[in-house]
Design a protein around this ligand. Structure first.
Ligand code: ADP
Ligand code: MG
Length: 282
């Protein structure tokens, strides 16, 4: 399409809180056949709160929370932020050494000398019987020993089912969820919003692989995400859309489109505006 038409489409999008960085993105958005969604913070609202602290016997719940929050104090992950919020911040231990594995968790050595791992089940432990399947959770180990889990309350974005419905109405029926969370939680959320294809337990590289595997006949593919862990898959999709209402993030930087309103339904609106733009441009 003529550059001028694309520019007017971009400006209409921006009046709707949808920042489209380049004109060619409008063309791809208009033709999109698949959408992949991240779960936590994208389909759910990301206003997580700690629900239950469940240590193994011999460990106090408040102690487990303090250690986990201490290890997580420098992480920007939304689970990390809500752990710190739930703890007594002034009683946190300092970190001596820290390693964060994006999309999996953190390994921190604290001033007490203890090494604490917090994150995805597979990242923290090889024990098989500790998963509480129904909820988003982090797992904790202390000096290599499994120490317990902390569960979170997370809520669907109220507009999420409508978004999926509108995409269906637009003829975009290939919808999927790519999440680092565990399978049962993922399946539950997917069912509530109306997504059939779910991939759980994904690391950032798995999300890239799943995006790249999508056949040509089902492209262009849009990926929608919010976190640091989504930055690589946003970049590998034909159109990466970042939910950017909470400020500039790694996701916003790697994305082709940034949604500035805290509203998932801007995804379907972006497609609508793009299609309108292309029609006018013909
Ligand atoms: P989603 O893909 O649904 O947005 P994430 O990839 O952000 O979810 O996180 C997936 C899982 O990885 C979380 O449920 C958590 O167990 C773990 N995780 C990732 N980073 C961290 C971290 N910094 N602290 C704790 N857990 C983490
Ligand atoms: Mg996320």
């Amino acid at each position: 399409a003529a550059p001028i038409a694309l520019i007017s489409g971009m400006s209409r999008a921006s009046r709707n809180g949808i920042i489209v960085k380049t004109g060619t993105t409008i063309e791809k958005l208009a033709l999109a056949k698949s959408v992949a969604f991240d779960k936590t913070g994208t389909i759910t609202n990301g206003q997580l709160s700690v629900d239950q602290v469940l240590p193994v016997s011999g460990i106090e719940p408040t102690w487990l929370l303090q250690l986990a929050a201490s290890a997580e104090q420098q992480s920007s992950h939304i689970l990390a932020r809500s752990l710190v919020k739930a703890s007594e911040v002034e009683a946190l231990q300092s970190i001596e050494t820290l390693k964060e594995v994006t999309g999996a968790g953190v390994i921190a050595t604290l001033t007490s000398g203890q090494t604490v791992r917090v994150g995805q089940y597979q990242f923290v432990t090889t024990q098989t019987n500790q998963i509480i399947q129904e909820q988003t959770a982090v797992y904790v180990s202390i000096d290599g020993r499994y120490a317990g889990q902390i569960t979170f309350m997370d809520h669907l974005r109220s507009e999420a089912p409508t978004t999926m419905e509108k995409l269906h109405q637009l003829g975009i029926t290939n919808l999927m969820m790519l999440t680092g969370d565990q399978a049962t939680t993922a399946a539950q959320i997917a069912k509530q919003v109306g997504i059939d294809e779910v991939h759980a337990g994904c690391l950032p590289v798995d999300k890239i692989y799943l995006i790249e595997k999508i056949p040509l006949a089902q492209r262009p593919v849009i990926m929608v995400g919010d976190g640091v862990n989504d930055a690589p898959s946003l970049a590998s999709a034909d159109v990466g859309i970042a939910m950017g209402a909470h400020g500039a993030t790694a996701a916003s930087e790697s994305a082709d489109v940034v949604i500035l309103k805290d509203d998932l339904d801007r995804v379907s609106r972006a497609v609508l505006i793009a299609r309108d733009t292309m029609r006018i441009a013909q």
